[in-house]
Write a protein that binds this ligand. Structure first.
Ligand SMILES: [Zn+2]
Length: 175
């Protein structure tokens, strides 16, 4: 399916999300579906931020079957409910990147579900759009990526902390 469209995809070999699925990293997986896995994001720009990923290695929204698309939204909604119960966030941000020009970094479909809290410098959207100010949100301006590496390092959570956060979210999934 990849290559069916003209969107330029990121390259990551081996695919980190296929590895999560194949190794069945129990600490990372919050919920399993027939077509999807709900996993915690190792980069916690917000505490509790997660993704719903496809079991199949497909890159973009354009590559999903109708069943997969429906499953993604079904599990994203369940996750959002669990995040609200777990963290009482001010808001829930969802986003999904298609192609390098949209900020996609891994060529495996993933739908972000993020509880927003005050105090992060993460802004709206992916790390490439890191801050509210000067993040390419004004017409004709470009994001300054000079702070991205530091920001990334700062929010890479240790495995034990990820496991605890994942367990909390799992315990709050709707019945
Ligand atoms: Zn993959």
């Amino acid at each position: 399916m990849i290559g069916r469209h003209m969107i330029e995809l990121p390259v990551r070999d081996p695919c980190d999300l296929c590895e999560v699925a194949a190794r069945e990293e129990r600490w990372a997986i919050i919920e399993e579906g027939e077509h999807t896995l709900t996993v915690i994001n190792p980069w916690q720009f917000e505490v509790g931020q997660c993704c719903v990923i496809t079991r199949r290695h497909v890159a973009t929204l354009l590559d999903l079957t109708g069943e997969e698309g429906a499953a993604v939204m079904h599990y994203a909604k369940r996750l959002a409910e669990a995040l609200v119960s777990s963290f009482r966030p001010l808001g829930i941000l969802t986003f999904q990147n298609n192609g390098v020009y949209s900020g996609q970094e891994t060529p495996h479909f993933h739908f972000h579900v993020v509880p927003r809290q005050p105090g992060s410098d993460w802004g709206i959207g992916p790390p490439q759009l890191a801050t509210f100010d000067g993040a390419g949100r004004k017409r004709g301006t470009a994001h300054d990526p000079s702070g991205d590496a530091q920001r990334r390092e700062r929010v890479q959570a240790p495995a034990r902390q990820l496991a605890e956060t994942a367990a909390l979210i799992r315990s709050n999934l709707p019945g």
